[in-house]
Each structure stands twice: as C-alpha cells, then as structure tokens.
Design a protein around this ligand. Structure first.
Ligand code: NDP
Length: 281
C-alpha cells in the first residue's frame, strides 16, 4: 500500500457490505469510489461525503460500464489502490427448481461481473505497480449444501479464478484477497435473495433450508462495518492471506469442511494413488 491516501473502488455500494465498506473507508480518510446500479441509493453517502467521494453508476453486468466507472475514478483520484468486487445476490432452490436462465444471470453478476471490473482496473494497477483486488466470496465459496448450489457455484468460480489471478499478478505488485463471510446483517436476505418456486419432489427436503434462509433476516451476527475493518487489517499486513474468513460461523464451517477433505483424502489415498500405468505399459 502506498503512503499516499489510498483509493477504494467498491461495487454494489448501495446497501449492506458495499455501503459499509464505503462508510468505513471514508471514516478512515481514504478516497472512495462508490458505485451502484442506481446512484440515487447512494444519497446517504453523498450526505456524509466530501471531495474524497466519487459516486459512479455501475451495473457490473453491463458491457463497457466498468471501463467508464474506472476511467472516472482515475480522472478524479489518479489511481485505484483497492478494488472490492462486492456486487452480488443469491438464489435459494434445488437445481431442478432453478431455471438455467436464473443460474446464468447469477453467474453474470457474481462471477463475470467481478471479472469485468477486475479486467478494467488491472492495467491501471499494473502501471502503478501496486494494488489489491478484494473478491467478496462467501463461506459458500468453500463448501455448499442442498438448496444453495447455484450461489455456491458462482462463488466457487470466483475463488478458482481469484487463486490463479493472485499468481498471475503477484509480480506486478498486485495482491488478491478472497473474503469468505458467514452471515452478516445486510439486505441480502430481504432484497438480494431469490427464492425459486418450490418443486413437490424437493418440498420436504428443502423446507428447512428455505426457512433458515428466510428467518435469518435481521438476526445475522456479523457487523458489516467490522468486516470492512477486518479486510483493511488483512490488506495492511505483509502476510496477507489468500482467503480471509469473516465471522465465527464461517471460520467453523470452513475448518470443518477442510478437515473432512483431509479425512477423506487419508482414507481414500491408496485407492486414488493406485492408478498409475504399470511399468512397461
Ligand atoms: P445486499 O443485498 O445488501 O447488497 C448487494 C449489493 O449488490 C447491492 O448494492 C446491489 O445493488 C448490488 N448488486 C446486485 N447486482 C448488481 C449488479 N448487476 N451491478 C451492480 N451492483 C449489483 O447484500 P450483501 O451486502 O450481503 O452482499 C454483498 C456481497 O456479499 C455479495 O457478493 C454477497 O454474495 C456477499 N456475501 C454476503 C453475505 C451476508 O451474509 N450478507 C455472506 C457471504 C457473502 P442494488 O441496490 O442495485 O440491488
């Protein structure tokens, strides 16, 4: 990170995490490029903002929109130090309950949207030989369960590409941070979650998960402002991790999942290993 005032560029800043990242960064004296599909939703920020705030329209699925917003950011602040790919939403439903068009649309926002903004920002970060790309995944980007397969698929995709990107851009002085939050108090459940129509065959099996996902609204333990501070701590570290879990629920779930992976690997390694061509074949 440079010693000059850092500039954070945030997608999906109209609510929840994105708004909190913008509020946090402004409170720290950073420059903020707060982007949203509907910039009128950023009025509360504009009220507290000053010349360190640039509001820009950005629907991450709209072709050319990322380049426009990034150009405006560079014109105002001269560079972007931290890109937070935050815009996203969720689907709840089994595969058979979820039309392919819904899954493709989700992928457009959660995965291709983040890639498009990253693609627009990278040349500027390379030019300055510094920067950080923060991709907001989820604990659902490491593990999944019945009813959230489509959402997890987008976050697994985001994580796979982030892991490769981290290696591709390291020599340019650019770092990549994957963030895996658990349940945080945002508008995701009330506004950003699409429940697919229930199919008889899955009604009973998914009733529990549908109820948990609905009832979670307003009860999530995580504080988005504290998430912003945690991300900032990771960014300031010389030993920044590739993945940062946020919230005890995410830490426990990812730990358990990693342990299951190791346990299965140990139990099945002889079967898997015994697949080499025999000498002479
Ligand atoms: P919110 O619903 O509060 O915020 C989502 C934001 O994404 C909104 O600002 C929304 O804008 C924006 N958005 C959606 N589609 C687009 C698009 N095409 N272009 C630009 N912006 C878009 O939920 P969260 O704050 O919780 O979600 C933010 C991120 O955090 C998401 O990626 C989500 O997957 C992730 N996450 C959230 C968790 C949680 O518990 N809250 C847990 C794990 C991950 P608009 O106002 O225009 O709809």
């Amino acid at each position: 990170m440079s010693t000059s005032t850092p500039t954070w560029f945030i997608t999906g800043a109209s609510s929840g995490f994105g708004l909190a990242y913008a509020q946090y960064a402004l409170s720290k004296g950073y420059n903020v490029v707060a982007t949203a599909r509907a910039t009128e939703k950023l009025q509360s920020l504009q009220a507290e903002g000053d010349r360190r705030l640039l509001v820009a329209e950005l629907d991450v699925t709209r072709t050319g929109a990322a380049e426009q917003a990034v150009t405006a950011a560079i014109a105002k602040f001269g560079g972007i130090d931290v890109l937070i790919n935050n815009a996203g939403y969720a689907i709840v439903g089994a595969l058979e309950e979820t039309p392919e068009t819904e899954i493709r649309a989700l992928m457009e926002t959660n995965f291709f949207g983040a890639m498009a903004v990253t693609r627009a920002v990278l040349p500027h970060m390379r030019e300055k030989a510094r920067g950080a790309i923060v991709n907001i995944s989820s604990m659902g980007g490491q593990m999944s369960f019945a009813g959230v397969g489509a959402y997890s698929a987008t976050k697994f995709a985001l994580e796979g590409y982030s892991e490769a990107l981290a290696q591709e851009v390291a020599s340019f002085g650019i770092r990549v941070l994957i963030v895996e939050p658990g349940a945080f108090r945002t508008s995701l459940v009330s506004q950003g979650e699409r429940f697919m129509p229930s199919h008889d065959a899955y009604r009973e099996a998914l009733a529990g998960v549908r109820k948990v996902m609905r009832d979670m609204d307003g009860t999530q333990a995580g504080d988005p402002l504290k998430a912003a501070a945690a991300i900032d701590i990771a960014l300031a570290s010389e030993n920044m991790p590739l993945r940062l879990q946020l919230g005890d629920d995410a830490i426990d779930a990812v730990r358990q999942h990693a342990q299951r992976l190791l346990d299965d690997l140990e139990i099945w390694k002889d079967v898997g290993s015994n697949t080499r061509l025999d000498a002479g074949d």
